[in-house]
Design a protein around this ligand. Sequence first.
Ligand SMILES: [Zn+2]
Ligand SMILES: [Zn+2]
Length: 297
Amino acid sequence: MARHTPPRPVDVGELFPELKPWRTTAIRLHPRSGAPSAHDSSVGGPLLWPADEPWPSCSGEHSPDYDDDPDEDEVPLVPVVQVRRADAPGLPFPEGRDLLQVLWCPYVHGEAGSPLPRVHWRSADDVGDVRTGPPPDDSALEDHVPDPCAVHPETVTEYPGWDLPEELKDALKERFERLEDEQGWEYMSHLAEAPGIKLGGYPSWTQDPDWPDCQACGRRTEHLLTVASWEFDGGSWHTWLPVEDRPADPDADVFTTEPASSAQDAAGVMLGDVGGLYIFECRACPGRPIEYRFDCS
Ligand SMILES: [Zn+2]
Ligand SMILES: [Zn+2]
């Protein structure tokens, strides 16, 4: 079943013409519990990984502050997102590639306690025999191992929230407040960037933006993927919860009533305290080097 974000309750571009140049699109993945195959786009599902390529692993420094050290020197990465080009219209795949695969090390890295992501772009036709990925390491943080989900990609329009330039925020402040007073719509949580796991668009930061530059060429990177802990919260669900996931009773509590409650964190990922991991890439450098950021409240 496809998922549809409801139409915006107001025309943002008309109300705030200054925002029009900042309008962009994102592809919400809408993961929902399921049993995807290695040939499907998925969150936390099996990857179309060639049998003649070793499964990727991490031998990095793991922070002992958060959980047990892994028993092994090398721990297997776990699948996070796989997306076929056909499911991500508009996402600029590298030439000749039609499969995006994102994995991460489920142990915690750095002071913030972040998983460590890795990105692969493939041609699905080049994968012959498929390797079955190993089970996640026994002591890996469960919150960092996404459960298998089918995805329901949907392209939506976004405006910057956290990434709104300061001077524009100041210029629009009073009009934002008036909209909230008169109609109850809060720009940041109801109208700006889409929450949840998504490709492109603006990162769904939970703290001030910290947009990385490419370490190779110095250019500002492009946002590739946000992995958020939740698809919606107490504010954002009003405008971002898909029509198909809304309880039949419009007054029901979305956090305890199906299908909404299962939609909130279908992959069972919890990054810090309801945080997110944001992957950026440099499309100008060969091999598209990535950078990532991690934040939580
Ligand atoms: Zn690691
Ligand atoms: Zn670069």
